[in-house]
Design a protein around this ligand. Structure first.
Ligand code: ZN
Ligand code: ZN
Length: 416
């Protein structure tokens, strides 16, 4: 037997009910905020990601699936969604039609060590907004994430964390201050942080190593070194969130892994899956459009959510599984079975979801299956019922039952 590729998996029919529940909520809620779906290819020129995500990031250096196609061109499976959206934004001239708001849902690919909840093909839903520069846009996108999480029933288990990462005006000077402070403690930093001290000092702030955590706590923080524009942007964001009554935590240690973020950065985290982990993350990237070849700077903000983790949370909270409405068992001769199929069709025509015991078996065996199906109602048809053109409809929760014609049973189910 051929096995699936390491780090990939089949999402089985029993799970996809939850996935579809999530995806439908994404489409419904994002639509309410005037986002349209953008479907980009899952592979692109390798240089797109090298430029957008950053040559020296782990994603580009170590985790990307890169291959030469038959024409010898270097291509990559997309490791994230933003780069393709920015490329499409520029290719299609959306600079002239601001604001531009787009969302996506689909698979991403990273060559990482597989572990529980982490796969080499994983799935994200994300949204990007181009044009608005002020904190109102940041507040709207956070409100959208929170509304989505409320609609899928997960808001209670999650925390919204925000931070500001400054801008090209104020970050370089802060960066120097941070490097100086970290250099003084260099021997106490973990090996990983010693390596990135000069290359990417901000990442030291969110290192999980205990000794690094202590040093990070006492190190200078971006929030205390924002320029006036960044400071009033962040103050504006907090004030809009307060007006909306959205709960948030300011976390000066949250720096995000990608170089392109400016000003607002945010994460939605949970501790319901063991170690604290992010289910959604994003931020503002005002410089990326010009970096990617845009003639004029276009402010932008976006985020991505991990569907694997959201699906795990739903499973844990027993949300989103969709049992059938009716389990229908027809027992007896061919006429009874045929009448059963006719009844099943009548329920389906009325929009109900019906599982029929097509493999036969005794009434007792079929009732066992009805119990397992999770359906609240069962419909039982024996030879006598079939002869009288009647069905027995049972409410298995209330332990009530009625003998009815097909039409009467459909009417009762529709009003149930
Ligand atoms: Zn600034
Ligand atoms: Zn460290």
């Amino acid at each position: 037997m051929i096995q699936p590729i390491r780090g990939t998996r089949d999402i089985l029919p029993i799970e996809t009910a939850r996935w579809q529940f999530l995806e439908q909520a994404v489409r419904r809620v994002f639509h309410q905020y005037d986002y349209g779906e953008l479907r980009t290819p899952i592979f692109e020129k390798t240089e797109l990601f090298a430029r957008a995500v950053g040559e020296t990031t782990d994603i580009v250096e170590k985790e990307m699936y890169v291959f030469a196609d038959r024409g010898g061109e270097s291509l990559a499976l997309r490791p994230e969604g933003t780069a393709s959206v920015v490329r499409s934004f520029l290719n299609n001239g959306f600079e002239r039609q601001l604001p531009f708001k787009a969302y996506y849902i689909g698979p991403m690919f990273r060559y990482e060590r597989p572990q529980k909840g982490r796969y080499r093909q994983f799935h994200q839903a994300g949204a990007e907004m181009f044009g608005p520069e002020g904190p109102l846009a940041d507040a709207e996108i956070l409100a959208m994430i929170v509304r989505f999480l409320e609609e899928v029933g997960l808001a209670g288990t999650l925390t919204l964390e925000i931070n500001s990462l400054g801008c090209p005006e104020c970050r370089p000077a802060y960066r120097e201050k941070l490097i100086a402070a970290l250099e003084a403690k260099e021997p106490e930093l973990c090996g990983n942080c010693q390596n990135r001290l000069h290359r990417n000092p901000l990442r030291v702030l969110d290192c999980k190593n205990e000794s690094c955590k202590e040093i990070a706590h006492d190190a200078p923080h971006m929030l205390d070194h924002l320029c006036e524009t960044c400071d009033s942007h962040f103050t504006g964001l907090k004030s809009h969130l307060d007006t909306l009554g959205l709960k948030y935590v300011v976390n000066p240690m949250m720096v995000r892994g990608l170089d392109y973020y400016t000003r607002t950065a945010f994460e939605v985290t949970t501790d319901a899956l063991g170690a604290q982990s992010a289910v959604a993350a994003g931020g503002r990237y005002d410089g990326l459009v010009t970096e990617m070849g845009g003639k004029n700077p276009v402010p932008a903000i976006g985020f991505a959510m991990g569907l694997e983790r959201l699906a795990l949370l739903l499973e844990q909270q027993e949300i989103g599984a969709a049992p059938v409405d009716i389990y229908l068992a027809a027992v007896g001769d061919e006429a009874a079975q045929s009448f059963g199929l006719k009844a099943a069709e009548a329920f389906r025509a009325a929009g109900l979801r019906v599982a029929m015991g097509l493999q036969g078996g005794s009434m007792k065996a079929q009732m066992k299956k009805a119990g397992k199906s999770g359906a609240r109602y069962s419909v039982v048809i024996g030879e006598e019922e079939a002869q009288n053109a009647q069905v027995t409809l049972k409410d298995m929760e209330q332990r009530e039952q009625w003998t009815l014609s097909i039409e009467e049973a459909v009417a009762r189910m529709k009003s149930a």
